[in-house]
Design a protein around this ligand. Structure first.
Ligand code: HEM
Length: 159
């Protein structure tokens, strides 16, 4: 849907796939070289994180900066809210702009730890590298063979 609304990015992704894969099946090397596709996926996971939140329980009395967490307290970390904070991402936080990831996550925002589509720390998503490989492989197969367009402007503002 986002690529249908942004044909310029659709064209860039397709050109990259054709240039790097040239009709050959993907391998670890070519998947690593797909920078535009990676940026598009990262931006999509920022705007629409499939996991809306992660939770943690304090197993002992803990101090996080100025915040005191008694043993047993539950922390609710709203991923979507972090991903749309204009103080972290700038005034275009709600816009689809894959270019913000051109210099990786640390170049995309003021607080890199606020980008957490796969969660954070020791219990972060076990399948994140597999998921990224899968997402790239699927997009890679589709992009040279099909194109999508959206006949009218639809509201894709994040929830
Ligand atoms: C786009 C795809 C995916 C997204 C956005 C996603 C996101 C997440 C998130 C947010 C968590 C919670 C992490 C935390 O609490 O810090 C999680 C946990 C987990 N994910 Fe994924 N995930 C994806 C795909 C997958 C796949 C493909 C697999 C397995 C093949 C997988 C396996 C797991 C497992 C096992 C955990 C629990 C890890 C633990 O508690 O130690 N995920 N994922």
């Amino acid at each position: 849907m986002l690529l249908a609304l942004h044909p310029d990015w659709q064209t860039r992704a397709r050109a990259e796939v054709v240039e790097i894969c040239g009709g050959r099946p993907p391998n670890a090397d070519s998947l690593n070289k797909l920078k535009t596709l990676t940026m598009i996926i990262q931006e999509t996971l920022r705007l629409y994180p499939p996991g809306l939140s992660v939770t943690r329980e304090a197993l002992q009395d803990t101090k996080l900066g100025d915040i005191y967490l008694p043993k047993g307290a539950n922390l609710f970390i709203p991923i979507s809210t972090l991903h749309h904070d204009i103080l972290i991402w700038g005034p275009d936080a709600d816009s689809f702009n894959p270019l913000r990831f051109a210099r990786g996550v640390s170049g995309a925002c003021h607080v890199p730890h606020a980008y957490v589509p796969f969660g954070v720390g020791a219990r972060s998503c076990l399948g994140q590298y597999f998921a990224m490989t899968e997402l790239k492989s699927c997009s890679l197969w589709c992009s040279p063979r099909s194109s999508s367009s959206c006949p009218r402007r639809i509201d894709t503002r994040p929830f």
